[in-house]
Design a protein around this ligand. Structure first.
Ligand code: FAD
Ligand code: DHB
Length: 397
């Protein structure tokens, strides 16, 4: 087989790349090790920056998102039992965030791809990458018990943190910047209307808590927990007790309880690999970087990479120029480090670290007060939370 771009992984990054390249008339094949059902049901992120919404809408897959997604103009940062509502839309001069689950984006992109009938192999096995340091790269894959060799011009490694793509970059070239956090998030989906229409980020002496939603009757809730915990350590009663204690306000605000139908624990890390390309291989999304989820950036960063990668591949296939391809990693990393800065700042200020002493707790409260009372700090928070447009990062040094 022959294609222009072989895409490894059908997460948001791989599917969006396939979609944007299809719109530009560039051929792709996408190979994915999991089944369609698995990727369409995998519960993960939920908050989309304005830029991600714009990409979905402008590329023709945003119809359901505009219909079913929930636009948010405010967020609430809660500490010392007080809510602090920030109008992020006004503070960022017109940009909002949208709640729309990641697996709904995956469903929309899979449906679009099947509709225009471009190759998308689910349950692929033994995927391997070859010749990235030559002009004739290829991937090998077993699909429906047939071994296939796919020759291509470029390979996009969109296969997430545990994928194979990053690992084919030689050790002598690859640099890893990594940090693990001494806590995790226990996340649940509950059949209960969210008590507040806003996403709430709460700092509390018992640990961080977050209230989000998936619709008018479904709450998406998280509490910080020890890194070694399993879901068996968290029967529903214990979860609700912790959530109420951490979100509590002086005026008696309370999240309504309801049957919990999904529960999972997510470890937390910050991770960047440099460079994000080697020869004919370009990496995007979690394959190249991970952020702690506090700022809801992971999915949005993946889409940012894809916008930059699409620009580079289009310039090559439409005009023969490799300039943007050569600068893909440098251009993307400037944005990635800015997002890392924001996500780690929020993570640092909103969680309880086991090693922190009372001085550090006081510093966290001072930071949170600054973030919610200084006009400049509020603007900076809102701009980063709703997402700085990708092009604005192109000028950083
Ligand atoms: P992925 O979504 O991981 O997609 C990669 C795809 O590649 C997968 O479908 C995988 O099956 C496939 N694959 C892997 N190996 C191969 C192979 N060898 N061959 C072919 N295919 C392969 N972000 C937030 O902002 N907020 C959150 O609340 C949040 N929660 C999260 C919870 C969990 C459990 C995880 C893991 C992540 C969470 N994230 C969250 C991060 C966010 O979901 C990711 O940043 C986002 O999924 C990145 O998209 P991606 O396409 O780069 O990678
Ligand atoms: C959600 C996840 C996040 O990481 C976040 O910061 C806000 C909301 C969510 O799943 O809705």
């Amino acid at each position: 087989m022959k294609t222009q771009v072989a895409i490894i992984g059908a997460g948001p990054a791989g599917l969006m790349l396939g979609h944007l390249l299809h719109n530009a008339g560039i051929d792709t094949i996408i190979v994915e090790i999991k089944s369609r059902q698995y990727i369409e049901e995998r519960v993960r992120a939920g908050v989309l920056e304005q830029g991600t919404v714009n990409v979905m809408v402008d590329s023709g897959v945003g119809e359901r998102l505009l219909r079913e997604g929930l636009e948010h103009e405010y967020i609430d940062i809660r500490f010392n039992k007080k809510p602090h509502r920030l109008n992020v839309k006004e503070l960022s001069r017109g940009r909002s965030v949208w709640v729309y689950a990641q697996h709904e984006i995956v469903k929309d992109l899979v449906a679009a791809r099947l509709e225009y009938d471009e190759p998308l192999y689910f349950e692929a096995r033994d995927v391997s990458i070859h010749g990235i340091d030559t002009d004739k790269p290829s991937i090998r894959v077993v699909h429906e018990d047939r071994q296939q060799i796919v020759d291509c011009d470029y390979i996009a490694g969109c296969d997430g943190f545990h994928g194979i793509s990053r690992r084919v970059i030689p050790d002598s070239v690859l640099r890893i910047y990594d940090r693990q956090y001494p806590f995790a998030w226990l996340g649940v989906l509950a059949e209960a209307p969210p008590a507040s229409q806003e996403i709430i980020y709460a700092y509390h002496e018992r640990g961080f808590a977050l209230q989000s939603m998936r619709g008018p009757d479904i709450s998406r809730l998280y509490v910080q927990c020890p890194v070694a915990d399993t879901v068996e350590d968290w029967p529903d009663d214990r979860f609700w007790t912790e959530l109420h204690a951490r979100l509590e306000t002086e005026d008696g605000w309370q999240q309504q309880e309801g049957p919990i139908f999904q529960k999972g624990i997510t470890g937390m890390r910050s991770f960047v690999c440099e460079p994000m390309q080697y020869g004919r291989l370009l990496l995007a999304g979690d394959a190249a970087h991970i952020v702690p989820p506090t700022g809801a950036k992971g999915l949005n960063m993946a889409i940012g990479d894809i916008q930059t990668m699409t620009r580079a591949l289009r310039a090559y296939f439409e005009g023969g120029s490799k300039d943007y391809i050569h600068s893909y990693s440098d251009t993307s990393l400037k944005r990635v480090w800015q997002m890392q800065r924001f996500a780690s700042m929020l993570c640092y200020n909103l969680h309880r670290f086991p090693e922190h002493n009372t001085f550090e707790h006081k510093m966290q409260i001072a930071e949170l007060n600054n973030m919610t009372h200084s006009k400049e700090a509020m603007r900076a928070l809102a701009q980063n939370y709703t997402g700085v447009p990708v092009e604005l990062f192109y000028d950083l040094d």
